[in-house]
Ligand binder design. Structure first.
Ligand code: ADP
Length: 760
């Protein structure tokens, strides 16, 4: 008796491979009816028993070690998981990348009769109406394309070598990037940093003064940072989380640990306003502690700045918050131990160079709201440390998002609703030439409003003073273009109204909307449009999507597709984005992963053929997940992709189990599919390029350099007289295998005979 239907599949395979084919019985009546010495059933039994000459054995009694619980499946997310999730989201018309043929559009799954039975194929459309059918067993060749603009993805022509060129170019860049990253890493490994020590009691009492319960991601990020700091290697950790997800608390805890450990902390902000805001937050949280927090920015007088500089040099200032001014030579620290960088991508090139130098010496913590794709983070595992805060603090109300045709009434109502509760409003009007007209119109429409204007043609200081006046509530409506500060937190501004919202991309809408809803008030976002008829279909879709994305966490993940390139640019350098667009993020990322891995193992990097050519296996029998077994196309696609990505026999078995548990006993076609993948792994191990197995004849094609002992093949050929070489790499076997079962069993025997590693 197996623990579940899925486990029964696994057990049955195990018996069968050892020459025992046991029938399935599901009910007592079946048990009576079936005439066999032993049979397989399933149920929640932990121990077996014997009654009336019938013995029931549970699987845990068969194995020396306890059975893995089938429900646990994999705990850790892997790159493959994320890619599967991406493929499961695939919609007809989405661009995808085929490793051999380039960028095409997904056109659905199609069942085709290949002459030997049905097989399922993914149809991809290429330029000039060319179509490509990809067998589902080769799904690992395919990944979702996300480049700068998926809607206008550059489709390739089949049979031209543009794709080869693009791939080559990207591969060169990838190699350079990997080398650079590893260099920096090696530098850090060699340099000895400060191993912080501090009293956990003090730390706990500082943590207590945080008025909220940390979110799990937040806590994980904090613990990771503290661990890094305790090590005698300089920290270089990136904490990534959407605006308002609580990154500042991570910074505060790190700062506490550093100061408690006797070091100074520098917090670098991209703008004067952000510096001011952080300085307030830090001064507040440290007010009960003998810790001096100072600010160094243009808002301070010359005299104040001089005092701060002196304090830093003689060690009386513990924490300094400032802009790039902190990076000048004039600033000397008595005992700098930790640098916290907010939104590094907003610093200039020169400043980034200065920051790079810092990295090899002191602990560095970088905060960013640009989502770093998890797959990228995983590829760089061990080179650069990431913490991802993917969920909003609890109780945070999601932002009510309202799409409306723009009318004066709608505007007045929206503004007044906010002003009446004492709040403030952003009005986004992204056109400087008409912004003054808009101001007049708003002033007439809403006499109660105190309006201030900010836009990109103002100089930095003017803008700053606008923002500061708004922040200090001297005005209650900020009429602005998208230029206005994104990082700054105005907790009392909880309504944003966007004119021509249909013109913004999804990620931009998400980010703009994120300016409100930073406190516990209900926030509103009004997305105003010129009406249905004046919008493109895609714009309508985007607005619908953002409206449905009220849940803060999922918004973060979904908007990521738009932002993957920007996220990658932030980690790898902006100059990569062209290459990423050319081959798509997924492929770029896989190349990077491979380059990093080979360089670390001191192997030569071969990216020209970044993926091992798959063995082609044709068993002349249907190998698919029939629609009557799993009717949802998307789910079939995910399972196909998962199987195609399996690198171990165990991984394949756990897919078999999952199928059994979710959809019941596997039909023969599905079983053949799974067995095909098992054979594929053998082929990979042995260096077999192709198996063509029909009822009368089997033809095996070996790689130019097979990986098994040649003697084994020779012995095999001597023993069985039905084998003959057809040329240097082709073996013909005359063997009658009338059923798929007999074919599989013959092939299993064959690959095992070649294999010396004795894998089961
Ligand atoms: P970020 O720096 O990631 O943009 P902040 O750290 O400024 O976000 O946090 C935004 C707001 O959320 C702040 O007012 C902060 O006090 C609050 N906050 C942070 N963490 C939590 C939490 N775990 N629970 C509730 N509120 C939180």
């Amino acid at each position: 008796m197996a623990a579940s239907i899925g486990r029964r599949e696994t057990l049955a395979q195990l018996f069968e491979r050892n020459g025992l084919k046991l029938p399935y019985v599901d009910t007592f009546d079946e048990f009576i009816a079936v005439d066999a010495p032993a049979m397989l059933t399933y149920g929640p039994l932990t121990e077996g028993f014997t009654i009336e000459g019938v013995t029931v054995l549970t699987e845990s009694e068969l194995f020396a070690t306890p059975v893995r619980r089938s429900l646990r499946r994999r705990q850790k997310t892997t790159n493959v998981d994320l890619m599967i999730r991406d493929l499961a989201e695939l919609k007809i018309g989405d661009p995808v990348v085929h490793i051999k043929h380039g960028i095409g559009r997904y056109a659905g799954l199609e069942i085709i009769d290949t002459g030997y039975g049905q097989e399922e194929f993914l149809r991809l459309d290429y330029a000039k109406d060319a179509k490509l059918f990809v067998p589902v067993a080769q799904l690992q060749m395919i990944s979702r394309y996300s480049g700068s603009d998926a809607e206008h993805a550059p489709l390739h022509s089949l049979g031209k070598n543009d794709w080869e060129k693009a791939k080559k170019k990207a591969a060169e860049k990838v190699r350079d990037t990997a080398a650079e990253l590893l260099n920096l890493y090696a530098l850090r490994e060699k340099s000895v940093g400060h191993a912080f020590e501090f009293s956990r009691v003090d730390y706990d009492s500082f943590a207590e003064s945080f008025p909220f319960e940390e979110t799990p991601d937040q806590l994980a990020a904090i613990e990771a940072v503290l661990d890094d700091m305790k090590k005698d290697r300089p920290m270089d950790r990136l904490v990534c989380g959407d605006v308002g997800f609580g990154k500042t608390e991570v910074a505060l805890r790190a700062a506490f640990a550093a100061v408690a450990g006797g070091k100074q902390v520098a917090i670098l902000c991209p703008t004067t306003l952000l510096a001011e805001q952080h300085a307030h937050t830090f001064a507040d949280r440290f007010s009960a502690w003998p810790v001096t927090v100072s600010e160094l920015s243009r808002f301070r007088t010359a005299k104040q700045s001089k005092a701060v500089l002196e304090g830093l040099e003689n060690g009386t200032v513990d924490i300094v918050v400032g802009t790039h001014k902190l990076l000048t030579d004039k600033v000397k620290f008595a005992r700098l131990g930790l640098v916290i960088i907010d939104e590094e991508h907003r610093f200039g090139v020169r400043q980034k160079e200065l920051l790079k130098k810092l990295r090899a010496d002191v602990d560095v913590l970088t905060l960013t709201a640009t989502p770093i794709p998890r797959t990228l983070a995983m590829s760089l595992e061990g080179i650069r440390e990431f913490s991802i805060i993917a969920t909003a603090p609890e109780k945070r109300l999601s932002i009510k998002t309202i799409v409306r045709t723009e009318t004066p009434d709608v505007i007045r109502e929206a503004v007044m609703r906010e002003l009446k509760r004492g709040g403030q409003v952003y009005f986004l009007h992204n056109d400087v030439s008409t912004i003054e007209n808009r101001r007049e119109q708003l002033a007439q429409l809403i006499p109660e409003a105190r309006i201030i204007v900010g836009h990109g043609q103002m100089n930095e200081r003017e803008l700053e003073s606008v923002m500061r006046d708004f922040y200090q509530q001297r005005y209650n409506v900020l009429l602005c273009t998208t230029i206005i500060e994104t990082g700054i937190d105005v907790p009392t501004a909880n309504t944003i109204i966007m004119h021509r919202a249909d013109k913004f991309g999804l990620a931009q809408l998400h980010q703009l909307r994120g300016r409100v809803g930073r406190s516990h008030h209900q926030a509103y976002a009004y997305l105003l449009t010129p009406g249905k008829d004046a919008m493109t279909v895609n714009a309508e879709k985007r607005l619908e999507a953002i409206q449905n994305l009220e849940d803060l966490g999922s918004g973060f993940y979904l908007s990521m597709h738009d932002l993957e390139i920007r996220g990658a640019g932030e980690v790898l350098g902006e100059h990569q984005s062209g290459e990423i667009s050319a081959v798509g993020f997924d492929l770029y990322n896989q190349m990077l992963k491979r380059a990093v891995k080979s360089m670390r193992n001191h192997e030569t990097v071969d990216l020209d053929e970044p993926f091992e050519a798959m063995a082609e296996i044709n068993l002349h029998s249907p190998a698919l997940l029939p629609a009557k077994y799993i009717d949802d196309v998307q789910q079939r696609l995910s399972f196909y992709k998962e199987l195609a990505g399996c690198e171990t026999f165990n991984a394949i078995e756990s897919v078999r189990e999952a199928l059994g548990d979710r959809f019941g006993t596997l039909p023969e076609e599905a079983n053949t599919l799974i067995e095909t993948h098992r054979l594929r792994l053998y082929c990979q191990m042995l260096g077999i390029a192709r198996i063509e197995a029909a009822e009368e004849v089997i033809v095996i094609t070996f790689d130019a350099k097979p990986k098994f002992e040649p003697m084994r093949l020779i012995e095999l050929m001597q023993k069985s007289r039905n084998m003959r070489m057809l040329g240097p790499t082709k073996l013909k076997i005359e063997q009658k295998t009338p059923t798929i079962e007999s074919r599989l069993s013959y092939l299993r025997g064959f690959v095992k005979a070649l294999d010396s590693s004795k894998v089961t």
